[in-house]
Design a protein around this ligand. Structure first.
Ligand code: UD1
Length: 367
């Protein structure tokens, strides 16, 4: 069986790594090819993740780079089509909700190739999010839908997906997290930059709705600067966010040294370094999807700087609090998060490090 797996942007790599490892155990039956679309290309956004996660070099890199959503999606489709025609896989696996996910699913399906979507069924019900559009469209055409929780199954059923196309397998992102926890602990990034365990908060911000408007971004930073008077904040900055800080003249919000009262910016961190930073944090502040899940497993309180989440299980079972994006709602959520009793969360069902193995068994079992 020829299987082609597609990765494109930072949050894809930790999902693809365990699936590849699980499928490689079936080498006698499976010929696997990894395509990197090149949506992310900086070493800090891509190469370092491949190294940290022990991933092989991609067999093909489409080198699409940055562009508008239409440009990026269309270029991936144009460049992936000949690769699919040449390799003629029986299955294309896509993960997550980035532009590469939708572009690859659409290209494969139009060639009548079976498509598997890993992390299917998540819904924020917010159609202004590019990822929600990617999730909806990918799920509408995928043949095998692998889900992380039972609410995702229900979302898919409501959307008309036949039940026998849906497989609740757990969370492949957590497979990577559990596999790398020990290496992350020994990486000891916080110690290296002089941060004391549980005496700082982490911050990530890159959603267009938060950082593309000067007014909104400034309001957010104002609220976060207030939080940082109590607990210093470490902020590894996405390249686009860094550009906006410059464009909007927001540099005065930041301090020079880690651990100093205030918000300290640093370059994007690799997978293992960021995991070690988050694992020892007192609090995580984020608008990322994956970090809501990771902090649930790490037991670190998280405040999500958004009005909604496609991952409500991280609130009902995990350590996540929806903080919204206005000053008052953020400060309120931070207080609640900092006061939550330790250990007051559950590990969601099947977030046990074995999700990729379940996926591989289902795929290979069909042979
Ligand atoms: C993408 C995903 C988002 C994910 C995020 C994680 C979509 C629609 N969005 O958003 O879901 O949470 O990745 O990072 O797919 N850039 C660099 N170096 C890189 C890559 C990007 O400097 O290696 C800069 C460029 O200025 C580029 C901008 O970041 O224009 C945006 O990159 P893009 O991949 O389009 O979207 P992200 O905002 O990263």
């Amino acid at each position: 069986m020829r299987i082609l797996i597609v990765a494109g942007a930072r949050p894809n790599f930790m999902k693809v790594a365990p699936i590849m490892r699980a499928l490689q155990q079936y080498q006698r039956n499976v010929q696997l090819r990894l395509v990197h679309t090149g949506q992310h290309y900086d070493d800090a956004m891509s190469g370092s993740f491949f190294r940290d996660l022990g991933m092989p070099e991609p067999d093909v890199n489409l080198e699409v780079g940055s562009g508008s959503h239409a440009q990026q999606t269309a270029t991936i489709m144009q460049r992936l089509e000949p690769v699919l025609l040449e390799f003629a896989p029986q299955l294309v696996i896509v993960v997550g909700d980035v532009n590469s996910t939708l572009a690859a699913a659409l290209t494969a399906k139009k060639l009548n190739i079976r498509v598997a979507h890993v992390e299917a069924g998540l819904r924020s019900f917010d159609m202004t999010m590019p990822e929600e559009i990617n999730r909806l469209c990918t799920d509408a055409i995928a043949d095998d839908l692998f889900t992380t929780d039972r609410l995702a199954d229900a979302n898919l059923i409501r959307q008309g997906v036949p039940a026998d196309h849906i497989y609740f397998v757990g969370n492949v992102m957590i497979d990577s997290l559990l596999a790398c926890c020990n290496i992350a602990a020994s990486a000891a990034y916080p110690k290296r930059v002089g941060l004391e365990s549980r005496k700082y908060a982490t911050l990530t911000l890159h959603r267009p709705s938060n950082v593309e408007s000067a007014e909104k971004f400034e309001e957010l930073l104002g609220a976060l600067a207030e939080v940082a008077t109590n607990i210093p904040i470490v902020f590894p900055v996405h390249p686009r966010t860094r550009q906006r800080i410059k464009d909007f003249g927001l540099q005065p919000f930041f301090v020079d040294r880690p651990g100093q009262t205030g918000i300290w910016m640093t370059n994007p961190l690799g997978y293992v370094e960021f995991l070690s930073l988050n694992a020892s944090a007192r609090l995580a502040l984020t608008d990322s999807g994956g970090i809501q899940e990771e902090t649930t497993i790490l037991g670190v309180p998280c405040v999500t700087l958004r009005e909604n989440t496609e991952r409500p299980i991280t609130i009902t079972e995990g350590t996540n609090h929806l903080g919204g994006t206005s000053r008052n709602s953020i400060l309120e959520a931070v207080t609640v998060a900092l006061n939550r009793p330790e250990g007051d969360h559950r590990i969601p069902e099947k977030w046990d490090g074995k999700a990729a193995q379940r996926i591989a068994e289902i795929i290979v079992g069909r042979l």
